[in-house]
Write a protein that binds this ligand. Structure first.
Ligand SMILES: *[C@@H]1O[C@H](CO)[C@@H](O)[C@H](O)[C@H]1NC(C)=O
Ligand SMILES: *[C@@H]1O[C@H](CO)[C@@H](O)[C@H](O)[C@H]1NC(C)=O
Ligand SMILES: *[C@@H]1O[C@H](CO)[C@@H](O)[C@H](O)[C@H]1NC(C)=O
Ligand SMILES: *[C@@H]1O[C@H](CO)[C@@H](O)[C@H](O)[C@H]1NC(C)=O
Ligand SMILES: *[C@@H]1O[C@H](CO)[C@@H](O)[C@H](O)[C@H]1NC(C)=O
Ligand SMILES: *[C@@H]1O[C@H](CO)[C@@H](O)[C@H](O)[C@H]1NC(C)=O
Length: 354
């Protein structure tokens, strides 16, 4: 009897210890995970900063009218140089002020870090936050962009977030914003709306999302990442919601989640397409858009030059309509090439062997 009892007590003790061990381990790994998901609540120094960048005033608005934050990586010297010389060179619209600043994280490469400091000494337009700059930290970078804006540029009326490989027609954007009804704290959150997107579940996809990261079948409505505009009321709301929201690896989706929490209305702008133009280029195609995604360096430069030349075309058809026509032409060309294999080509090839 006694022996049995001892055995029973022992078993129970062992089971309980095991259960406690499992619970402790689970909580520990969970809390580690939670810490990573709230990296953005920590304090980061702005190791390169221009705290006075927004100390300016326009005629109607007592502060910066449009702040453009170009998200960049420390080593992207060429992209920044091109952006500065072209689209980012504009500093005014009517009598209102436009500022362009580049935001980067930390580089492990000392010579890059040194050159970045020198670049800022020359142009005074770089903000660097003290975190490791890598793709998976893009969301953290965006939260720090909001933090910087709230802290150092609270007077900016509108803020455009964009990337260093984008074309941005400041003139068109500023005109659009200028013509909106004037409000002291606009809650505009505008760009290309993505509705009912389905997460990529195949593991080798660039935008793979596991069921653990996102269990639902659809993503909520959000705004495409390479360019979006926020009114300063929206920036405040987005920033405070962001601090209460676990990080998600896709920065634009994270912002969409924060926007929903902050009760912002997402507005669609058809002239800020999320489609990449690749190496397609005609002046009139580009002229219908405010922002253009992933322009090859030479196309960005070519468009800039054509836009500022005296012989620039007068466009009858632009933007999406021009894109549709371009695509049709491309398809026809492809079909023709397939249909009529040039019989002479064979002979020529044959002859050229001699
Ligand atoms: C920020 O910089 C200061 C002075 O260089 C340093 O004392 C502090 O620890 C830094 N803070 C963080 C969060 O890195
Ligand atoms: C650091 O950057 C410089 C300039 O971009 C490059 O030449 C060098 O190879 C880099 N060093 C390392 C260790 O990556
Ligand atoms: C993001 O930056 C933080 C702070 O520098 C760093 O601890 C973390 O490892 C980075 N994340 C990734 C995925 O590299
Ligand atoms: C958003 O709206 C809901 C319902 O009207 C409200 O309960 C919530 O407090 C609002 N959130 C913010 C951040 O304003
Ligand atoms: C731009 O450069 C790429 C190579 O980097 C080239 O293939 C393309 O033809 C160029 N396009 C124009 C319009 O010059
Ligand atoms: C636009 O239309 C006008 C007349 O309708 C024509 O002269 C001009 O060539 C057209 N422009 C382009 C780029 O097709």
């Amino acid at each position: 009897m006694g022996f049995r009892r001892v055995k029973g007590v022992l078993t129970v003790t062992i089971l309980i210890s095991f259960a406690i061990f499992v619970i402790v381990e689970l909580t520990r790994s969970r809390s580690q995970e939670r810490k990573d998901l709230f990296l953005h609540k920590k304090s980061y120094n702005f190791t390169i900063n221009n705290p006075r960048a927004c100390h300016t005033a326009g005629r109607l608005h007592q502060g910066v009218f449009l702040l453009v934050i170009v998200v960049t990586q420390p080593q992207n010297f060429q992209q920044r140089s091109l952006f500065r010389q072209t689209w980012g060179s504009r500093t005014q619209y009517k009598d209102e002020q436009i500022r362009t600043l580049f935001l980067a994280g930390r580089s492990p490469n000392f010579s890059v870090q040194f050159a970045l400091k020198a670049e800022n000494d020359k142009y005074e337009d770089i903000i660097q936050a003290d975190f490791e700059d890598c793709y998976l930290n893009l969301t953290l970078k965006m939260v720090l962009a909001l933090r910087w804006t709230v802290r150092y540029c609270p007077n900016a009326l509108y803020i455009l977030k964009t990337d260093d490989d984008m074309i941005v027609r400041y003139d068109k954007l500023a005109e659009y914003l200028y013509n909106l009804p004037w409000k002291p704290m606009p809650r505009l959150y505008m760009g290309f709306l993505l509705v009912n997107k389905v997460p990529k579940r195949s593991k080798d996809h660039k935008w793979y999302t596991s069921y653990e990261e996102w269990p639902e079948e659809h993503f909520p409505t959000y705004i495409s990442g390479p360019a979006y505009v926020m009114g300063r009321g929206a920036v405040k709301g987005l920033y405070s919601s962001a601090l209460e929201t676990p990080l998600f690896k896709f920065e634009d989706l994270f912002m969409g989640i924060c926007a929903r929490k902050a009760n912002l209305t997402l507005s669609h702008n058809d002239e800020m397409p999320d489609r990449r133009m690749g190496d397609r280029y005609t002046y009139c195609l580009y002229d219908g858009f405010i922002t253009i995604h992933h322009a090859a360096v030479n196309l960005s430069l070519r468009y800039w030059e054509e836009l500022h030349s005296a012989q620039r075309p007068i466009c009858n058809i632009t933007g999406w309509e021009a894109l549709r026509i371009e695509r049709q032409k491309e398809r026809e060309k492809e079909r023709k090439e397939k249909k009529t294999p040039n019989p002479l080509g064979h002979y020529l090839k044959w002859f050229s062997m001699f």
